[in-house]
Design a protein around this ligand. Sequence first.
Ligand code: AMP
Length: 201
Amino acid sequence: MLAKTLSIPHISTGDLFRANISQGTPLGLEAKAYMNEGRLVPDEVTIGMAKDRMLQPDAAHGFLLDGFPRNLGQAKALDEFLTEQGIALDGVLDLEVSEDEVVKRIAGRRLCRNDGGHVYHVIYNPPKTEDVCDECGGELYQRSDDTEDKVRTRLEVYHTETEPIIDYYAQQGVLVTIPALGKVDEVTERAVAALEQKKNG
Ligand code: AMP
């Protein structure tokens, strides 16, 4: 929703990995074992893939990164890449929600097989027809790493590897923290307003 509102492409490293897995590429094969366990795919693979995507023509006028960077090594590699390319980082969005809420949101999440950007939730945002995408009629499914036990592992990984980048970006003065409780539209509006404010300084 953010990418749509801002008219920029949504670049999700998780989506890129899942596309590689469904196409059976070597990169997908390598990523699969890590993803199934809820662990991070090694930086050597992830950073190169993210850079390739950011260099695609549709990203020439800005992009929204989702799920990248996920540790300090990736954050530093991203900084170098952005400096090389002369791209400014307008803001880094930190969505604040309790851990219980994270588990509820992820365990109830359902995705469309045709487009991972079509996202539903069994309680908070159910499709009109069960297991069918409202937007394109695609079949909805639950990601194998979205079960409660996998989410708990992913949260542990988050705390040890990803959380430190909050401080890293706070020190750069680009961090935008918003409470992410509430309706999807409200949180989107809050995020857009906070990002615009940060961008305009
Ligand atoms: P996501 O779709 O963002 O929830 O990511 C799903 C899974 O893909 C993660 O649990 C990781 O195994 C892998 N993944 C996605 N993005 C990254 C990243 N930036 N670094 C390492 N692994 C990643």
